[in-house]
Design a protein around this ligand. Sequence first.
Ligand code: FCB
Length: 434
Amino acid sequence: MSAADERARWSTLLPQTPIRFAPDFAWGVASSAFQAEGGDVPNDWVEAARAGRVPPNPGNGFWTRGEEDLRLVASLGLRHYRMSVEWSRVEPERGRFDASALDHYRALCDAAAAAGVTPWVNLFHFTHPRWVAESGGLLAIANRDAFLRYVEHVGRALAPHARHFHVSNESMVYVLTAYLMGVNPPFVQDATSAFTMTRHVLALHADAHRILKALVPQPTVATIEVYLDARPEDPADALQRQAAERFDAWYHGTLLEALATGWIRLPGREPEEIPHLRGALDLYGFNYYNATSFGAQGPGSWSDLADPPVDGMRRRVFPGGLEDGLVRVATALPGVPLLVTENGCPTDDETFRIRYLASHFAALDRARARGADVRGYFHWTAVDNYEWHEGFGAHARFGLIGFDPATQERSVKRSGRWLAEVISRSVLDPAGVP
Ligand code: FCB
């Protein structure tokens, strides 16, 4: 395809007029411990890699170069860093906490502060310690209790060093991929377990929220969920419509109602009220990537455009989902501020990444104009990292910063420099989009 044809694909998505950001708009990046650190840690993803079910993860060097990365991020004007704590490092065996691992995360929070960057600490990002995985995962009550003990332990250790916490990344995606579709560890493919697990992650969120609020002075405890704008690929197809509606009712419906009212309603089950789940968030962390559809051609094949841009993982670019999702959450949870806690795209084409960012900033701006109180934007991710099933494939690189696998030397990409310019001027100038 010619460059002009490729540019034409983006024409209706890119901003036509400048987009302005308030000086206190929170610009940041997001990452997760395991995806950046990698290594031979005692968790279930490492086990799955050993069994050949997922790619191995050598990491991007963040474990030793974390401080350097924080300084690099700060040099781009990005003032917030969403990181996570790897449970299997902190508690490698049930009940045995490793003080040196906690020291490491404490030092990382301090290094962030020293670089002028605010740390946002997430406590669970898909990976389980092996001992949890081997004893029934979070379906087992002993392990849910253990999770809350871990939350308390880490909260106590990090409270003097950080005040923004997330209990878990994308709880609903965790349930979807690990318990319903069975593609992620523990590879369970069972609707009953998935509904049970939905209840458990919501209850754990409420309990962990309460624990962190009591430990951390002036805390922000936020949820993080990815918005999946589920559509029938063919709106005239009743079955596809029904599939999308059912999915949405479970995925977003259950979650938003639970956070707004404390009631958990799951198909075929008695409604359950967990009173301290109501309003158990100071902020809603909103992740968003691409179109999601139900239809003959499989997930992600729907689009509002005849010829949409497609990212390195063959997903269709659809900024409208970011706009509508932000407005929907803002309406469902009035008074709760929103933060885009992940957005970005897998690609090895820097022109593509800049266009993706510009088109999503335009969507964010439209959501704000429709009343969504969006306080900031965290890009996924800083340095290229392990993209789960895609490993470190060139097509699956989300970073603003690349690294040399031999030397681990970092280099800022063109998109990183472009974003730094937007941040420093607090304005996105359409003329600067290739
Ligand atoms: C999100 C995950 C994150 C990362 C991005 C690309 O859904 O939270 O770990 O893999 O997708």
